[in-house]
Design a protein around this ligand. Structure first.
Ligand code: SAJ
Length: 451
């Protein structure tokens, strides 16, 4: 037992004096900021990524992640405190490894664990006694115990004695000006108490608040609860938008007034659907796991159904608005404003704008897009380029469809030059009336009074 205690104590000591080498697998929007926090805390970090392009640009002192300035990377590399590599063997130098690889869903909404399994197998090949492994990728409850632990124990390592295994959900909010990796509380759940102790010490070295929980399953569920909570509440306000449309009530007025309640309410806003790599996907990890246990997570499924319907709702609004001026969707010229999945970022993953564009083009419209953060994006293997926002472009369009409400766009200019604006984000509410007719996301027949 003395040997074992010294194994854990040795690792705790090397974390404490910063002599431990830290590995981060996956140098994306989660892994790179985490790697930089470990460097900032005084560690040497080996960043492992399968993309040689990413490795090369990082070793050249550049950054491909919006929230990490190039000089931060350049500093870490020139000081020899950060080594990006695509060579798996370098992981053997590490005493702690965090896994921050993608966990996408397949087309049938089943978890695609290929990246996690590949990382787990790489670690297993390089594992040695005195190693702490933490999975950060969002996944279904049970992944750490069922997929990660056995692969490490297959090397003859005993979890909680020779090797320490935990789950710690990533809570990176891309583009958030206030919350970054260091000042966002970090939940940690280990396979054994010793695993919790080591993983907690690891993250306490670089993150302000660490919140230990009793198991990896609890930590896996924390993340899924956080994002399912959002998906369900967004689904709720999207349904309220449809309700308001049918009642002829202004949904934004209703939500803003409800938000004056100082307790027991949290504001969410309706929109054209949900995008990103978290909210549309994370709840399905829980739904999938529960299906294997013969339980149907009805809240998740219903919210998903409502949120997924919103692009069609928007397209119907466009069709109705064109119809009012005797225009068909087919052959109409439409300008979509904003394709990123949320405002003021450049990420289009799962963006509802892509669905709206596809649906409009299926109905025969000619669709262009403008997004100040996204000049082009790749879809189904081909590149789609945006257009500059000009008065001519605004007048060219039979309708302008605001999908993502980037703050930098001059919406007064839009309403001054466009003919018709379908506003799914309420960006036109406080503007001076201009040339354009405005169609809000929810704008049913006015109740009573003159039309
Ligand atoms: N959305 C709405 N109405 C809302 C909020 C969001 O329609 O009231 C839409 C957005 O337009 C977007 C999608 O939902 O298309 C997701 O938006 P989000 O604000 O949840 O942003 P994400 O996907 O970047 O979520 C991340 C999550 N962070 C992590 O998973 C670590 C989430 O937990 C954060 O709460 C969220 O950022 C945040 O607060 O910004």
């Amino acid at each position: 037992m003395t040997e074992t205690a010294s194994m854990k104590d040795q690792l705790l000591a090397r974390i404490s004096d910063r002599s431990a080498v830290i590995g981060v697998i996956g140098l994306g929007y989660v892994g790179l900021p985490l790697a930089m926090e470990f460097v900032q805390a005084g560690f040497t970090v080996v960043g492992y990524d399968v993309s040689q392009r990413v490795v090369d640009l990082l070793m050249a002192g550049q950054s491909h992640i919006q929230d990490i300035p190039a000089e931060t990377v350049h500093d870490a590399v020139t000081k020899g405190r950060f080594i990006a590599t695509a060579v798996e063997d370098r992981l053997r130098e590490c005493e702690a490894i965090s896994i921050a690889v993608p966990t996408p869903l397949s087309k049938t909404r089943d978890p695609d664990m290929a990246f996690v399994l590949s990382a787990a197998d790489a670690i297993a090949r390089q594992a040695h006694p005195g190693l702490c492994v933490v999975l950060e990728s969002t996944t279904y409850p049970g992944t750490t115990r069922e997929l990660l632990q056995p692969r490490l124990e297959a090397q003859g390592l005993i979890v909680g004695r020779d090797i320490f295994v935990a789950f710690s959900p990533e809570r990176v909010d891309p583009g958030n000006p206030v919350y970054h990796t260091k000042n966002t509380p970090k939940v940690v759940g280990g396979i054994t108490p010793a695993c919790v102790e080591v993983a907690t010490a690891l993250y306490q070295s670089c993150i302000d608040i660490v919140v230990p929980v009793s198991s990896p399953e609890a930590a896996e569920l924390v993340k899924l609860l956080e994002n399912t909570f959002r998906a369900v509440n967004i689904g709720l306000v999207n349904e309220i938008a449809i309700v308001c449309d049918k009642l002829g009530v202004n949904v934004w007025e209703v939500i803003d007034a409800a938000a004056t309640k100082p307790f027991g309410f949290m504001k969410f806003t309706p929109g054209p659907g949900i995008g990103g790599h978290c909210i549309p996907l994370d709840p399905h990890y829980l739904a999938w796991k529960m299906r294997t246990l013969n339980y149907k997570t009805r809240f998740i499924d219903l919210a998903s159904e409502i949120n997924a319907h919103m692009p069609e709702w928007v397209v119907q609004k466009v069709a109705d608005a064109l119809n009012e001026v005797r225009k068909a969707v087919r052959g109409s010229r439409l300008l979509v404003l904003g394709v990123a999945y949320k405002r003021d970022i450049d990420d289009v993953r799962e963006s509802p704008a892509l669905d709206v564009i596809r649906l409009l083009e299926e109905r025969g419209a000619h669709v262009e897009f403008h997004d100040p953060f996204v000049h082009e994006f790749r879809e189904d293997g081909h590149v789609r380029k945006g257009v500059e926002l000009s008065d001519e472009m605004l007048r060219w369009a039979d309708a302008v469809v605001v999908i993502t409400d980037h703050k930098v766009v001059d919406y007064q200019r839009v309403v001054d030059h466009a003919t018709l604006v379908v506003d799914t984000r309420n960006v036109t509410a406080r503007l001076t009336p201009g040339r354009a007719r405005i169609i809000p996301l929810a704008s049913g027949p006015a109740m009573g009074g003159a039309k």
